[in-house]
Design a protein around this ligand. Structure first.
Ligand code: UD1
Length: 428
């Protein structure tokens, strides 16, 4: 397995381009199942998850043409030949559940393996299922699979529009129901819906395919079902989590970096937190500029929340920064249980972190020391990289396949700004 080795201590200076959003691209790819016409996506990131989703769509009968150099992808689902998302793919990527809403909406049938637990918590899919059930789907959970169908007696096998209130905000369930509702008969109201920019991006794409959607980006989304959707071409929005991770890089090492291709509205809450830590953050014509001139970092306490609150996907990175702040910060993780697995790894590098349930208390230390550490999930892995950039001596991060799920050419991007970082290939 590959490792990333960093010799810490270099300040970062320069520009880093941000890629298209992985979390926006995944549902956009599944939206192609809603039409028999081609859907072309541009600004597609070159990431392992895009390959996995491509493989899944292929297995259902869609074709996926991809040009990594131009970041273009064309998906064609003339028909859904095999409406079955197999366990072998679903276990690799939980977002596979996002094919269920489109399959039910298009053909009134679909079978998807239940994803099971994952490293950062139980992450159930009950809300996806409850919502689809409310729209008239009949579900049968057996052999680790959910077998879903719409009875012929219901609008000839077509989902119905409903008013559905999410008991907790869920990005994935909002996406699944939004897609399902586009082809349902009647009007669907999604209440307490997720407001993440990825939802707005998906809605924009669906609208360009002919869907009738109002309110995406607010907590109530209204969808008037239509009979059919057409193909489209759509540019994937910038990855706000990659953007935020790179904003934290010059904050932790010192230096002056502009991250190009992203917009401030995507990372407003993080920018506020960084400013509270005494880091300079500004939006320029080129992108987001972050500067720290070796001043001390003030401690900042924060709580993860659905958008526009502090993103859980940036919690680990901000914790890495807080390990060298001048005082104590308290971090409350409100979205996922068990999402502090980076804490013991950061502790191996000299950080002082006490975890109690969903709360981590971080007492800043004067500096981190390099150490061999292990990535446990996607966002934990980038936090260890960031810590390694600031640490004295050498840090080697193993299990970087987690990192490769969400960050395109991360070591190249950081090296271009002066980081001493390399990937050691393990061909064994
Ligand atoms: C998405 C993102 C992920 C991010 C998360 C929260 C993608 C591919 N992934 O994940 O990077 O960390 O949003 O911003 O976009 N829940 C239930 N039942 C459900 C669904 C969710 O109880 O049926 C709970 C989850 O366990 C969690 C909370 O709701 O506690 C939020 O999860 P959700 O927003 O659904 O996350 P994902 O869509 O899986």
């Amino acid at each position: 397995m590959d490792k990333i080795v960093i010799k810490g201590g270099n300040p970062l200076n320069g520009t880093i381009p941000v890629s298209g959003s992985k979390n926006a691209c995944l549902p956009l790819m599944t939206a192609a199942l809603l039409t028999d016409q081609p859907v072309t996506l541009t600004n597609v990131p070159n990431l392992a998850d895009m390959n996995t989703m491509g493989e899944l769509l292929n297995s259902l009968g869609a074709t996926v043409e991809r040009d990594a150099d131009t970041h273009r992808m064309t998906l064609r689902a003339e028909r859904i030949r095999t409406p079955l998302a197999h366990y072998d793919i679903v276990r690799k990527m939980r977002a596979s559940i996002l094919v269920l809403g489109p399959m039910l909406a298009r053909d009134g049938a679909g079978t998807v393996s239940l994803p099971g637990g994952c490293a950062i918590g139980a992450r159930p899919v009950d809300l996806h299922l409850k919502g689809l059930e409310a729209m008239g789907a009949v579900l049968d959970l057996r052999d680790g699979y959910v077998h879903a169908s719409v009875p012929r007696s219901l609008n000839g096998g077509r989902l119905r529009g409903v008013s559905f209130r999410f008991p907790v905000v869920s990005v994935g369930a909002t996406e699944n129901l939004l897609m399902a509702a586009t082809l349902a008969k009647g009007t669907t109201r999604l209440v307490n819906a997720a407001q993440e920019p990825e939802i707005t991006d998906l809605a924009d794409c669906l609208i360009s395919m002919g869907a009738q959607i109002e309110g995406a980006g607010t907590s109530t989304i209204e969808i008037q079902g239509v009979d059919a959707l057409s193909g489209t071409e759509h540019a994937v929005i910038a990855d706000r989590i990659e953007l935020g991770s790179f904003m934290i890089a010059p904050a932790i090492t010192g230096g002056d970096v502009t991250i190009t291709g992203g917009k401030m509205f995507l990372v407003e809450t993080l920018a506020e937190a960084l400013r509270a830590a005494d880091i300079l953050v500004e939006e320029t014509n080129a992108g987001i500029r972050v500067t720290r001139n070796n001043g001390s970092i003030k401690p900042v306490s924060f709580t993860t929340e659905p958008f526009p609150g502090f993103a859980t996907d940036l919690q680990a990175q901000m914790m890495a920064l807080m390990t060298i702040a001048d005082g104590v910060s308290v971090i409350d993780e409100n979205i996922f249980e068990n999402r502090f697995m980076h804490a013991p790894e950061l502790t191996r590098m000299g950080a002082d972190i006490a975890v109690d349930g969903g709360r981590a208390t971080v007492t800043g230390v004067s500096g981190l020391r390099g150490a061999p550490v292990m990535a446990t999930d996607l966002r934990a892995s980038i936090s260890l990289l960031l810590a390694g950039l600031a640490a004295e001596g050498e840090t080697s991060v193993s299990r970087v396949y987690h990192l490769d799920r969400g960050y395109e050419r991360v070591e190249d991007k950081l090296r271009a700004c002066g980081a001493n970082i390399e990937r050691i290939k393990d061909d064994a």
